[in-house]
Ligand binder design. Sequence first.
Ligand code: ATP
Ligand code: MG
Length: 353
Amino acid sequence: MTRTYVIDSIPGDGIGVDVTDVAMQCVDALAERHGFTVQWRIRDWNSDLYRKTGRMMPVDGIEQLSDGDGIYLGAVGTPDVPDDVTLWGLLIPIRREFDQYINLRPMRLLSGVVGAMPGIEELDIVVVRENVEGEYSQIGGRFGSGTDGEFAVQESVFTRKGVARAARYAADLAAERDGRLVSATKSNGIIHTMPFWDEVVAETVKEVPGVVVDKVLIDALAARLVMKPTSVRTIVASNLFGDILSDLVAGVAGSIGIAPSANLNPERRYPSMFEPVHGSAPDIAGKGIANPVGALWAAAMMLDHLGEKDASKSLTSAFEAALADGIATSDLKGSATTAEYAAEVLSRLKEPA
Ligand code: ATP
Ligand code: MG
């Protein structure tokens, strides 16, 4: 009996559509080659749907996704739809309803890619971002009025359970890597939540043999990631800090267009979601020049999560081989279009082993 996976694909908006198309073609080619089947359920949940119905996804959207084996997302967002609609109307509900509390964002310096910082030859960083609480909360509002009176309040919520499970996941990962975990903090300026974060991370990491934690202020960490990125391997960070740091690391490694992310429910009680880190990039949407590497890498993480380890490795080898041969999109200073780069990856996937 062949292994069959039901995957909900949400291409979304802008370049999300282009890169998802490439990722699905590559996964289909791998499925044929590695003897499994992917049943894609394509969901047109995007800003167009919002304009027509006032919703980014149907009322029962979460329910529709719940019996699948995974979710693949391109990107959502368009300039004329407010960010809070796209985020809170689709992305954040999926992450929270399916308890995808880990956002795993690996980054390496890929063969053939020149990073933003000269002289760096190797970089291998995984950001473990807490994905369902922290700074991204709906608690707060605008109060008062007038030049001297108006103000805004935004609350962060960190729970012991939430911080501990993110720290635990990151510490287990660090144990498989070099045993060192960097925890991003700002406990000198943010005096309630961040000392709590530090305390729970320290307590949790203590339970994982062979792992030491180094808490580093987010500002100093940002500088260190630019100046000495090879000195950091595994990072655990809150929702906001993790979001920022992973874009930073991707930039250092060459382009935000190459960065993947996995929104994981590690217990596998609910589907996990895989997506490139970048957004819909309205400035290049429709031009056919988007870099699909982040999307392909995310697809490889999905295959790995589904247990298709060989197919996952074939995919990362193929997109990296194309880059090593000098084929790249313009964000990586190459001249290939999305379609040209995709064709090169597909031909490498179909080469005899
Ligand atoms: P969103 O509101 O959906 O997050 P955004 O305007 O923040 O969209 P991002 O996609 O996050 O845009 O990326 C910022 C910029 O980086 C883009 O405007 C684009 O120029 C560049 N970029 C991002 N992703 C890619 C990619 N895959 N290929 C090429 N360039 C990219
Ligand atoms: Mg963005």
